[in-house]
Design a protein around this ligand. Sequence first.
Ligand code: UD1
Length: 414
Amino acid sequence: MTKYIVHGGKPLFGEVEISGAKNAAVAIIPAAILVDGVCRIENIPQISDVTAILKILEQLGASIRSINRHTVEIDSRHIHTTRTSYELSRKLRASYYLIGALLGRFGRAEVAMPGGCNFGGVRPIDQHVKGFSALGAGVTTEGGYINAIVESGRLTGANIYLDVVSVGATMNIMMAAVLADGTTTIENAAKEPHIVDLANFLISCGAQIEGHGSSTIRIKGVSSLRGTEYAIMADRIEAGTFLVAAGITGGELLLKNCPFTELESVIAKLESMGLAIEQRPEGVLARYQGVLRGADVKTRPYPGFPTDMQAQIMALMCLAEGSSMVEESIFENRFMHVLELVRMGADIKISGHTAMVRGVSRLTGAPVMASDLRASASLVLAGLAARGTPHVQRIYHLDRGYERIENKLNAVGA
Ligand code: UD1
């Protein structure tokens, strides 16, 4: 499927089941490489990034058994190579986790440079490399591959201060360090919920990790990890996207299996824009209350407002009364959705890292082009509220991170 045709203008009502978290799954699956046993992983979202990372593990020699649509068993005891294929690795950003996992288990990794979302700016991995080097690995890049090797076969614990708060570097160094000799401390670590999820998975395999979820993480290396059963946390970004869907269509959605605390910054902002959001025993209820007000948002590392919700909340701001300001402080140039929203009638001006949104009374159908995963979600959301039938092209980006989003939306009236 290459495009969605959105028949906009209908309020959405009903229940939506939130899937497992993409960014936790694409880290926990490669982390199974570290384990000398079988890991049964539940609540895995059915998205193309997960399919790709499972295929990479299979190519490395792991055996993968699908138990049902959301559960797999991974047995990494017979991995026979530490070199990943370019064809698969280039498809997703998260293939960088293979470096930490392979290096930690086997003392070497040759991983094709990661692909994934291109926000229009540079996405360096110097902090990952800094961490691996501090743990004793030699890291070089050659022919599109990142090669990391520790001659003794085993990394050594170290104190690592991250110069930028990086989710990927924090998780990658954590993976490399769990089987290292001695203790590793990561200072200025990221605190995102999926970092906690990865740490909890590793702990369930016997790893010794403290401080995950804070800015200092301490990892005491152990000699091996054992198999486990683990269920991946729910996806807060998918949930946030559906909260916006309720607001932008003037509807009411009950999100089941929805993380609440992890979405606090998003919920607070949506409430200030006029949505009623309530935590109930059966899920999180989001309700449009007749008016949408503008708001200002600055993206920040967790617990701040997530950059992965910036494009979606901007779609809502397009139809809110008054002006809104969005400052993107995590990634340079993550505004590729703006031109497309403007094509649908939005009034947005960009100046450097800031976008000024003036609310308009309606958006209209237009052919638009998705540029990355969350940008695609923002265009679908705008389309749901538009008059006419926007065609959202290149929707393969959405399949990377949202499980059957078109089915979930259609089931509540889209
Ligand atoms: C992860 C998420 C992505 C999310 C992002 C920020 C995954 C697979 N992806 O991406 O969805 O948008 O966190 O919450 O989990 N940086 C460096 N050097 C590095 C690493 C990062 O300068 O070595 C910079 C980046 O360019 C960026 C900032 O640090 O400006 C944060 O990036 P980071 O947290 O690493 O994002 P990712 O792990 O790539």
